[in-house]
Write a protein that binds this ligand. Structure first.
Ligand code: NI
Length: 257
């Protein structure tokens, strides 16, 4: 159930039976030579929409632009500043809360969004905490990145091992092949070698600096990923596992008191 395709009376009726909503959160940024710019929002969107249709769960409009400043040396990338993304997430929460939603689950597709989104949740709670003590607030927010869902995480590691890498990964490209095959059929698949200098002592968000530095380290945009191993069949399998995992996690979240 896509929110933007409903009427307000339908949303009012939905709220009478459920206070939960899924929000796909992603980015529009380079994903190496064979990954779509929209990969990080198309993946969580495909998962959320498939589950939404299957189980009658409402899915909010996708947040398509995220915090991607370190990809800005590659054409086509769009980025919000961390503070802008925090504002967008806070305003999503405040709007949904104002109209009656109490369990707001962000299904995320981009690592750079994690810190700003979590900070936005705390800004929202801080505003409540610093207001009236007797406020009756039941709103709870959750962030989960789709590749961390347990069955997905196990399967992508089994499929690709070290070739999974960290950016422009075969698992995310496989998922877009399943969700948007017509868009991908036309472009060239990348050479199979792994890409990006593996000179980071430990992979973490702290090792991404400004855009020019990123492009020097990772000339074709990928980070250690063997993206040519992505297949549509693997993507369909990962998509199904993600839908099952998200269904379980969302149900637990709705029951969380
Ligand atoms: Ni990605």
């Amino acid at each position: 159930m896509r929110l933007e395709l409903q009427t307000w009376p339908k949303i009012e009726a939905y709220l009478a039976r459920s206070k939960g909503i899924l929000v796909p959160l992603g980015s529009t940024e380079q994903h190496g030579p064979d990954g779509l710019l929209g990969t990080d929002h198309l993946c969580p969107e495909a998962i959320a929409r498939r589950l939404g249709e299957r189980d009658g769960i409402l899915v909010a409009p996708t947040i398509q632009i995220g915090m991607s400043q370190f990809h800005l040396d590659f054409p086509g990338t769009l980025s919000l500043r961390p503070s802008t993304l925090m504002s967008v997430v806070q305003d999503y929460i405040a709007s949904l809360a104002r109209t009656g939603f109490e369990r707001i689950y962000f299904i995320n597709g981009h690592g750079g969004n994690v810190a700003p989104a979590r900070a936005a949740f705390q800004e929202y709670y801080a505003t409540l905490s610093m207001a009236a003590r007797d406020a009756d607030v039941r709103v709870r927010c959750k962030l989960r990145s789709w590749w961390d869902l347990p069955r997905v995480d196990a399967r992508r590691k089994a499929l690709y091992g070290a070739g999974e890498g960290f950016h422009g990964t075969p698992s995310e490209i496989a998922l877009t092949l399943a969700a948007h095959p017509a868009s991908i059929a036309e472009f060239e698949r990348a050479p199979p070698a792994s890409h990006g200098r593996n000179d980071l002592i430990e992979h973490s968000g702290d090792n991404y600096f400004e855009a020019a530095d990123y492009r020097r380290r990772f000339p074709d945009g990928r980070v250690i990923s063997d993206s040519a191993r992505a297949t549509k069949a693997a993507g369909e399998e990962l998509l199904e596992l993600a839908v099952e995992d998200l269904a379980d996690d969302f149900t637990r979240f709705l029951e969380f008191a």
